[in-house]
Design a protein around this ligand. Sequence first.
Ligand code: 13P
Ligand code: SF4
Length: 319
Amino acid sequence: AAEKTALKERIKRLLKEREAVLVAHYYVDGDLQDLAEETGGCVSDSLEMARFGRDHPAKTLVVAGVRFMGETAKILSPEKRILMPDLDATCSLDLGCPADEFSRFCDAHPDRTVVVYANTSAAVKARADWMVTSSIGLDIVAHLHAQGKKILWAPDKHLGSYIQKQTGADMLLWQGSCLVHDEFKGIELDLLKAEHPEARVLVHPESPANVVALADVVGSTTQLINAAQTMDATTFIVATDNGILHKMRAAAPGKHFIEAPTAGNSATCKSCAHCPWMAMNGLQNLADVLESGSNEIHVDPHVGKEAVRAIDRMLDFAA
Ligand code: 13P
Ligand code: SF4
């Protein structure tokens, strides 16, 4: 514990010395989330992380999350230095949608408006008309559908089919998935609900359709935390990365949170309910990158210029 306290103090001192700000996602280690809040940074969902990073005057942002979050920050602020505790922290959605293959998919369907999820590489965003996050994807697709647009969606098939069902839009879906959310199980969740009939079910839309079907609230990480805080219930079953429980418990003290069932348990399934790439962010490597200035995110400026249009469209829509 003494070592941890010393590391946290070192990080606080380095953030000041380097005039850097910490931007963290709700799935990373709770200590990092707390540090981000205590030091004037932010902890939030992908949309807010992007907006916060763009608007903050600091010259250096340290992004505690996964690679696409660091890249989005760089694309929005090419003049800023973006550091990440571990540059190998990626995402199965990003990995499952290689830019060249995606580009061929787009070429084959030139009549469709290309909407991509934030969880993609800069090169995939460069090929898109719109980028969306889980908090606003539904509204943006509903808007495009109202204009009569047909949509090519990538990469998350579960989020895509959820949005498709909600909006009735014509959507052609890339078949990617999140290895964490894909593990949540509908039948087992139904049984758990029967054991806790008073519980409300909070589900991230990267989960399979039979899990989403059992939800009281479907939303981004921030939206799920807000629901836990404001809903008139004391017990919640949560189907998303369990890193979120740190903030949920702090935001809704006295309420009770149960993790939704997955295929395995922590002994048999490494990625069950916790993203292995989010878990690469820790106090030690955060302190190290602040000290050394290493692990900087670079995005090819030409790719960045192409990609920023899709991101700006979303941010303008959200404003
Ligand atoms: P949010 O934008 O809802 O925070 O989701 C990001 C993510 O990677 C979920 O797995
Ligand atoms: Fe990607 Fe899933 Fe990890 Fe989110 S939880 S970063 S979608 S692999």
